[in-house]
Design a protein around this ligand. Sequence first.
Ligand code: FAQ
Length: 324
Amino acid sequence: MTTTQMAGTDAEELQAAFDALIAADQRIEPRDWMPEGYRKTLIRQISQHAHSEIIGMQPEGNWITRAPSLKRKAILMAKVQDEAGHGLYLYSAAQTLGISRDEMTAQLIDGRAKYSSIFNYPTPTWADMGAIGWLVDGAAICNQVPLCRASYGPYGRAMVRICKEESFHQRQGFEILLTLMQGSEAQRQMAQDAVDRWYWPSLMMFGPPDDASPNSAQSMAWKIKRFSNDDLRQRFIGMLVPQAEILGVTLPDPELKWDEDAGRWHTGEIDWDEFREVLSGRGPMNAERIRHRRDAHDDGAWVREAAAAYARTQAARGQREVAA
Ligand code: FAQ
């Protein structure tokens, strides 16, 4: 057997072992061989997800200094800190695939990396904190619970903890809206206005329709994604309808109704032009979100330098102690 033939057999065996693990619903771990496409897809999705959590701190960060009570402020601060934590677990999961944190950060702040479209909308009122919790975290949970079973071990395990925290976030958003809906007429209007502004963008979080989703088929075959974008969107709408009734808010889609024959929700048309605009960097807040992230990165340069200098001194001290 020639070297090339041997290499060919090795590659086939590695691929077969990978395929068998996926077929048996087993986890792929960082030490395992994996096809290059699988690695790239995971780096793309996990880093986009991490960036979303980090950029996602900004719309709510806007209200920490203006929360209506000390209790609300403490809860909001804890929630925004949770988003930072999620970003960090996810960056760590992506690092196990061979990309560095510095490279991912560079991709984000120079505009090469995507992050969720939803975080490019403004938060002008306190009710936006309720709408983000209820709708944005609600969509995140629908999308992310199946990711706890993602075939890549570090991603799936990170998602378990993230989902537990997201479900608390969703309930706190629901409770903000419920309180407003039980308040004055002006408060009820503020809550309804926030729901009107966040409803459609929250549906876009699930990504393009299935027939326009280039990555879905392969990601589902690799068991990274377990459900299609449209199926998850449907599941989300089904979750919202009874909750909207309890809240007393109206979902801003006059066409929304259960289609008994199709066994699906019939909805109005999602504005995919708006989605594409936001993805190309022309949403209402894209420029500000990136500028803010870049400024924070630049302002933190001295902290990173100090931490690196400290690590060097500690390592040198350790070496001297070993030598002594
Ligand atoms: N925004 O072929 P597909 C959160 C891109 S975290 C921007 O369908 P895929 C927590 C997509 O990347 C929210 N880009 O792609 C929180 C792809 O571009 P590429 C983030 C989008 O990957 C709450 C292209 O379009 N969650 O909310 C969007 O199979 C409150 C074609 O699309 C995750 O990241 C979008 N909405 O499916 C934090 C969950 N949709 O890379 C703070 C994990 C699609 O080929 C406050 N990610 N694109 O150039 C996923 O489940 C998937 O990546 C999807 C997209 C479902 C987002």
